[in-house]
Ligand binder design. Structure first.
Ligand SMILES: NC(=O)c1ccc[n+]([C@@H]2O[C@H](COP(=O)([O-])OP(=O)(O)OC[C@H]3O[C@@H](n4cnc5c(N)ncnc54)[C@H](O)[C@@H]3O)[C@@H](O)[C@H]2O)c1
Length: 258
């Protein structure tokens, strides 16, 4: 159990409107929880309704606060745009966007069809751009904003069997840098996070065999698995005014692997 009171409080996040994509599970879930614990108003987008409901109930019961759930398949860009509009109708503004949703399904080079390529890019890259495009006008109006895009160390280490995912994750870094330069004039910051192997429920279920865990620990400087809440704490820092001069950067959080 995490002792939340042992970690930083960011006064600037109180009442800020934070959108988290893919917030129902994994790293996104930890970001949603971290956000409500800072008394931010957190809207999360996902398509796993039962996981989203469980998260809201868990956070409500723990007294942490209640996030707001929006169902949307982020690969459907017109649905994404409608969802952002709904969020804006409710909250009038957006201060922080965490582009977190993704899917690291494995694929060999031979398996990739043009349709698979498009789908993999749609879930790992395309929505990040269109989410940013949808919130930038309102951030420009309030002359502040922090956009945090989830990349991965996957493109910086010798990854295999995920060429399209890895391509998307590398593209996110370039996209973030150009967006940062386009919106910096309006005091909007854009940064990336590059997690290593993070101990989420899905990773444990699908990929983290004992052999792979041993490989991870041999590659890391820290000899323990890195937790979703540790990534969430980096997100909080980049979301808060404490990082007000930081933009166009990528932060590795991998226990010292890269
Ligand atoms: N876990 C890791 O080890 C790791 C490492 C590096 C990078 N990342 C990145 O961190 C982010 C979160 O990963 P995670 O491990 O927490 O994944 P996860 O699968 O545990 O959670 C992803 C969430 O996104 C949602 N989602 C997926 N596709 C969606 C869609 N089309 N529409 C709406 N919601 C959708 C899922 O329902 C889920 O709630 C991803 O961008 C991933 O690439 C994760």
């Amino acid at each position: 159990m995490t002792n939340h009171s042992a970690f930083a409080t960011y006064p600037s996040l109180r009442d800020r409107v934070v959108i988290v994509t893919g917030g129902a599970a994994g790293i996104g879930e930890a970001i949603v929880e971290a956000g409500v614990r800072q008394n931010a108003r957190v809207a999360f987008i996902d398509f796993q309704d039962s996981a989203a409901k469980q998260l809201m109930e868990r956070l409500g019961a723990s007294g942490a606060g209640r996030p707001f759930y929006y169902h949307c398949d982020l690969t459907d860009i017109s649905a994404l745009q409608k969802t952002v509009q709904e969020i804006l109708n409710t909250f009038q503004t957006v201060d922080v966007l965490v582009n977190n949703a993704g899917n690291d399904a494995r694929h060999s080079i031979a398996e990739v069809t043009p349709a698979y390529w498009d789908q993999c890019v749609a879930i790992n890259l395309k929505h990040q751009f269109f989410m940013a495009q949808a919130v930038i006008p309102v951030m420009r109006k309030s002359r502040r904003g922090s956009i945090i895009n989830m990349s991965s160390i996957a493109w910086a280490i010798p990854s295999t069997n995920a060429a399209v995912y890895v391509t998307a994750k590398a593209a996110i870094v370039g996209m973030s840098r150009t967006l940062a330069h386009e919106v910096g004039v309006d005091n909007i910051r854009v940064n990336c996070i590059m997690p290593g192997a993070i101990l989420t429920e899905r990773q444990q279920r699908l990929w983290f065999t004992e052999a792979y865990k041993s490989e991870i620990l041999a590659s890391q400087a820290l000899k323990r698995m890195i937790l979703p809440e540790e990534v969430a704490r980096l997100v909080l820092f980049l979301a808060a005014d404490d990082s007000s001069a930081i933009t166009s950067q990528s932060y590795v959080i991998d226990g010292g692997w890269v």
